[in-house]
Ligand binder design. Structure first.
Ligand code: IMP
Length: 196
C-alpha cells in the first residue's frame, strides 16, 4: 500500500510535553494516523494467515523498533502455531543517519534450523541492516525465510533488498512513533509522524 496523503485528526495527538517540567520536544506532524495503521496490520495479518495456512510460523522481531508492530501483527494472525523470538540490533551512526555498520545486541533464544521464519521489521530504509540480518538468518538454515516491514522508504535503498510483505511505502522523511524513535524518544506515539 502506498502512502496517500492522510488527513490529520487533531484529537488523537498525545502531547509528549504535557508535564510542565518536561523538556520541550518538537511535535511530530502526522503522516499516517493510528486507525489506518491498525487497518493495514489487520490486512497483513490476514494475508500472512492465508500464506502460512497449516504451517507452524516463527516470528522474529527486530528490537527495538519492531516490538509495537509485532504485538499488533501477532494478534492479527490466525494460525494454530505461531511462536516468537527476538533479535536485537544496533546500527552505528548518529541521530537520523545509519552508517550501515550493524552489531547484535541480542541473539535469538532458539535455533531456527528447519523452521518457517518471518522476520518482522519496523522500517526498511537503505536496506543495509535488513541485508545483514537476512544473511545471518539464512546461514542458520531455516526451512523458509520471508520478511514483513511496516514501513518502506523504497527510494532510499542502497542494497537491492525488499520485504515480502509491506505495510506502507512512505516518502524519504525521518519518521517516528509506533515503535520508531529519534534518540530513543517518541516510540510510544500511536501514529507515525514526521519530525521536522
Ligand atoms: P537501514 O539499515 O538504513 O535500512 O535502516 C535500518 C534501521 O534504521 C531501521 O531498522 C530503523 O531502526 C532505523 N531507521 C531508518 N529510518 C528511520 C526513520 O525514518 N525513523 C526511525 N528510525 C529509522
Amino acid at each position: 500500500m502506498t502512502y496517500d496523503n492522510p488527513s490529520q485528526p487533531s484529537s488523537s495527538i498525545p502531547n509528549p510535553d504535557s508535564s510542565p517540567a518536561a523538556p520541550r520536544k518538537s511535535q511530530p506532524e502526522i503522516l499516517i494516523p493510528a486507525d489506518r495503521i491498525a487497518a493495514r496490520i489487520r490486512e497483513l495479518g490476514a494475508e500472512i494467515s492465508r500464506d502460512y495456512h497449516g504451517r507452524p510460523l516463527r516470528l522474529i522481531g527486530v528490537l527495538k523498533g519492531a516490538w509495537v508492530f509485532l504485538a499488533d501483527l501477532i494478534r492479527a494472525i490466525d494460525l494454530e502455531e505461531v511462536t516468537v523470538d527476538f533479535l536485537g540490533v544496533a546500527t552505528y551512526g548518529d541521530g537520523k543517519q545509519t552508517s550501515g555498520e550493524v552489531r547484535f545486541t541480542k541473539d535469538l533464544d532458539q535455533s531456527i534450523e528447519g523452521s518457517e521464519v518471518l522476520l518482522v521489521e519496523d522500517i526498511l530504509d537503505t536496506g543495509l541492516t535488513f541485508d545483514f540480518i537476512l544473511s545471518v538468518l539464512r546461514n542458520r538454515k531455516p526451512k523458509s525465510l520471508r520478511a514483513v516491514t511496516l514501513f518502506d522508504k523504497a527510494s532510499r535503498r542502497v542494497r537491492p533488498v525488499q520485504a515480502d510483505y509491506v505495510g506502507f511505502t512512505i516518502p524519504d522523511e525521518f519518521v517516528v512513533g509506533f515503535g520508531l524513535d529519534f534518540a530513543q524518544n517518541y516510540r510510544q506515539l500511536p501514529y507515525i509522524g514526521v519530525l521536522k
